[in-house]
Design a protein around this ligand. Sequence first.
Ligand code: NAD
Length: 299
Amino acid sequence: MAKVAFIGLGNMGFPMAQNLIKAGHEVTGSDLSQPRLKELGEAGGKAADSAVDAVRDADVVVTMLPSGREVAQLYLGEGGLLAVAPRGTLFIDSSTIDVETARRVADAASGAGQRLVDAPVSGGVGGAQAGTLTFMVGGPDDAFEAAKPFLEIMGRTIVHAGGAGNGQAAKICNNMILGISMIGVCEAFVLAEKLGLDHQKLYDISSTASGQCWSLTTYCPVPGPVPTSPANKDYQAGFTAAMMLKDLKLAQGAASTAGATTPMGAAATQAYNMFVGAGNAGVDFSGIIRFLRGSEGDA
Ligand code: NAD
């Protein structure tokens, strides 16, 4: 069994660390939150005084941090995790961060003789708890193969997307599709309402026609057609509007750096920016239908 250092025991990181403990690994955790560290102890892990202490004799380091800023701060520099961990340590960064920082950290890792993959996830807190996350992995083949057994404990679908940063690239491209398609489905339902077309009728037709997509058939933004979608629970978040906005901004940043033209991505970013700015950060991202309807009323 491996010695795993787990840095970032938040909504996602804590259940992921729990699954590694349940699989028999020796997990030492670090987080800024003391209550979280106490909970890790109760779950069978060990609390470290700092991230640097956690990685000192680790075989594997998993990080699940808010953004590229925290990842760069912790990984890089003289006293950073890449310098402090034993040479040859396997690093798995599962935070969703910008592609540029992911590649900068990967370069620093290979310079320091460390193995590293970027491995952002989709599947949310439910997927983290159930161990059914999808991991989109970027990095060299040997690091991917070494990371796979650990990712398989925390997830169900593990995809090697290519070299360093490609996991992050896959994540933001996918979520740009999702943000755009959700707004498209919401707009269609709002138009249907104005035209006197019943929600269920539109669903029955479009779910088997060319308008079919995940935002319609799995995550339908009006209550009724898909009983498990957040619309049926007053848009209580599975995936918050704030998280969607974060990923859309990352996609826009990457598009601007890479010179890609993404007008629909830009429009979706603007719409979610307004939705979040109006006090809906914690609302499920499908709740944007209320905003598009021009009211906060029920669907
Ligand atoms: P979170 O805010 O709940 O957790 C982040 C944790 O990192 C916090 O507990 C914080 O205390 C800790 N942290 C911050 N700086 C630290 C430091 N220097 N040292 C140690 N710990 C530190 O966020 P989350 O929802 O768990 O998300 C984590 C990552 O996963 C994000 O990048 C997010 O975009 C991504 N993600 C989240 C979801 C989701 O549904 N929540 C889904 C997919 C991807």
